[in-house]
Design a protein around this ligand. Structure first.
Ligand code: GDP
Ligand code: IMO
Ligand code: MG
Length: 435
C-alpha cells in the first residue's frame, strides 16, 4: 500500500505526529521535498523528538528514504542520523544520489536575500532552501553524488560564489576551502547510505512493500499553488511525489491531508482568518505555537474552509487528519471562516483560487460561530483512546461532521494531544496490517 501524508495549511499541521503514528505499519517512510525548513515533532512519553531532514517515521519504520526532491544539508544530516539511530538502531537509511546539497553559502545567500527584500521579506527559515533550489534549477547545484569528489565540490562552490557575486563577496578562498572540506567529510560519513532511491522505491513497489510518503511544509506554501511569493521554493502538494521521489503519482493509493482544527503560520504573507490581540495570544499559548525550526511565535487564526477546499483540490486529498482538537477546545467559543465576501460586489467565494487569498484585503471573511467542547483532559483522552469517537464530546463530533460536510472528505485520523497515543483512526482509513 502506498500512502502519502501532506500538509494542507501553512505547514506545522502535525504531519510529524501523524506520520509517526502510522509509520510502524510501513516498510519505508520517504521525504520527497524541502529540507531543514521542516520541523516535525513527535512526542513519545516524556521524550520530544524534532526531525528536520530525517523522516519523522524514522523512530518506528525499518527504512527511511531521503529522496531526490529534497535539499539536504549533509553536515546537519550526519548528526540527525546519529540521533535517530540511538532510538532505532536497526534503521536502514537511503539517501538519493540525486538530491541537492545545501551549503553554508546557500544559508548566507538566504539571509542576505531576506535583508535585501526589506519590507517585502518572506520570513524564510534561513536554512538556504530557496538558494539551493535556485542552483538546482539553474543547473549549478551540488548533488549528493558530487560529495565523493573534493575537486568537484570545490569547483562548484567557486562557480556558485562567482555567479552570486555581491551576495557572497565576504567568502574568501580560505572559506571555500574550509566549506569544501567539511562537505567532503560529511559525504564520507554518508557514502554508505547513498543510492538511486528512485530505483529502490520502484523495486519496493513491485514487491508490494508498504510505503509512506511524508510531505514537508503545506499546500499553501507550494511554489506554484501557494500564496506566492510567501511560499517555500519547492512543490509541497502530493503530486510532487512523482518528481521528488521518482515513484509515479499513479501508484499512490491514499493521500491524507493533515490540518489543525484551526490555522497557524510562521513567516510573512496573507492569512485570511488570522486572529490578533488576546484571542490570538490565548490560542497561541494553548497550542504552544512556537516554530519547531526557528522558535518564532506562530501567527494563529480560525479554521478557513475556503482555503481548505483549495488545498484539498490542489493536493487531491482523499482523507483528512485533524490535529490539535484539544487545543481548540480550550477556546471559549470557536469560529470558522466559511466564505470570503467581496467588499464591493458582495459576491461570496467558497471555492477560491490562491489569488483570492492573496487579495484578502478586498474581502471580508464570513464567520460561523460554534460552541466549544471544552477541555480534553488526560482522563477524557484515555476514554477516547479506549472507546473511540463515541467518547468524544458531542460538540467535537459535530465539528468533525461539519468539516466532512463542508469539504466532501471523510476524517480518517483524529488527534487530541501531542503524544503519540492520543490519536484515533476511523473506519474510513485503510492501512496495511500492523507489523
Ligand atoms: P509538522 O511540521 O506538521 O510536523 O508540525 P510541527 O511538529 O511543526 O508542529 C505541530 C505541533 O503540534 C507540535 O508541537 C506537535 O507536538 C503538536 N501536536 C500535534 N498534534 C497535536 C494535538 O493533537 N494536540 C496538541 N496539543 N498538540 C499536537
Ligand atoms: P513543516 O514541514 C511552517 C515557511 C517559512 C516561510 C516560507 C519560506 O514543519 O510544516 P523557506 O525557509 O522554506 O524558504 O521559508 O515558508 N515554511 C514553513 N512554515 N512549517 C514548515 O515546514 C515550513 N517550511 C517553510 O516560515 O514563511
Ligand atoms: Mg513543522
Amino acid at each position: 500500500m502506498i500512502t502519502a501524508v501532506v500538509g494542507i495549511q501553512f505547514g506545522d499541521e502535525g504531519k510529524g505526529k501523524i506520520v509517526d503514528f502510522l509509520s510502524g505499519r510501513f516498510h519505508f517512510v520517504v521525504r520527497f521535498n524541502g529540507g531543514r525548513n521542516a520541523g516535525h515533532t513527535v512526542v513519545v512519553g516524556q521524550e520530544k523528538y524534532k526531525f528536520h531532514l530525517v523522516p519523522a517515521g524514522g523512530l518506528r519504520t525499518k527504512n527511511i528514504v531521503l529522496a531526490n526532491g529534497m535539499v539536504i544539508d549533509p553536515i546537519a544530516l550526519v548528526d540527525e542520523i546519529r540521533a535517530v539511530q540511538r532510538v532505532n538502531p536497526d534503521l536502514k537509511i537511503h539517501i538519493s544520489n540525486k538530491a541537492h546539497v545545501v551549503t553554508e553559502l546557500h544559508r548566507a545567500i538566504d539571509r542576505k536575500e531576506e535583508e535585501l527584500r526589506g519590507a517585502s521579506k518572506i520570513g524564510t527559515t534561513s536554512q538556504g532552501i530557496g538558494p539551493t533550489y535556485e542552483d538546482k534549477y539553474s543547473r549549478n547545484g551540488i548533488r549528493i553524488e558530487d560529495l565523493s569528489s573534493r575537486s568537484a565540490i570545490k569547483e562548484k562552490l567557486l562557480a556558485i560564489r562567482r555567479m552570486k557575486g555581491e551576495l557572497l563577496k565576504s567568502y574568501s578562498d580560505a572559506d571555500i576551502e574550509r566549506i569544501g572540506e567539511s562537505l567532503y567529510n560529511s559525504g564520507k560519513s554518508l557514502e554508505k547510505y547513498v543510492e538511486p532511491t528512485d530505483r529502490l522505491l520502484n523495486l519496493a513497489w513491485s514487491q508490494k512493500k508498504d510505503i509512506l510518503f511524508e510531505g514537508a511544509n503545506g499546500a499553501l506554501l507550494d511554489i506554484d499553488f501557494g500564496l506566492f511569493p510567501y511560499v517555500t521554493s519547492s512543490n509541497t502538494v502530493a503530486g510532487f511525489i512523482s518528481c521528488g521521489a521518482g515513484l509515479s503519482f499513479r501508484k499512490v493509493d491514499t493521500v491524507i491531508g493533515v490540518m489543525k482544527g484551526y490555522v497557524s503560520k510562521v513567516g510573512a504573507g496573507p492569512f485570511p482568518t488570522e486572529l490578533s490581540g488576546s484571542l490570538a495570544d490565548k490560542l497561541r499559548e494553548a497550542g504552544h505555537e512556537y516554530g519547531t525550526t526557528t522558535g518564532r511565535p506562530r501567527r494563529v487564526g480560525w479554521l478557513d474552509l475556503p482555503a481548505l477546499r483549495y488545498s484539498i483540490r490542489v493536493s487531491d486529498i482523499d482523507l483528512l487528519a485533524v490535529t490539535n482538537l484539544d487545543t481548540l477546545g480550550l477556546m471559549d467559543k470557536i469560529s470558522l471562516g466559511e466564505a470570503y465576501v467581496n467588499r464591493k460586489t458582495g459576491e461570496e467565494i467558497t471555492d477560491p483560487d490562491a489569488a483570492h487569498m492573496k487579495r484578502i484585503e478586498d474581502y471580508d471573511v464570513k464567520y460561523r460561530e460554534l460552541k466549544s467542547w471544552g477541555e480534553i483532559d488526560n482522563s477524557l483522552r484515555k476514554e477516547i483512546v479506549e472507546n473511540g469517537l463515541e467518547a468524544m464530546p458531542s460538540e467535537l463530533k459535530e465539528y468533525l461532521k461539519m468539516i466532512e460536510m463542508e469539504t466532501g472528505r471523510k476524517v480518517g485520523i483524529i488527534s487530541f494531544g501531542n503524544r503519540r497515543e492520543y490519536t484515533i483512526i476511523t473506519d474510513s482509513l485503510k492501512l496495511p496490517e500492523s507489523r
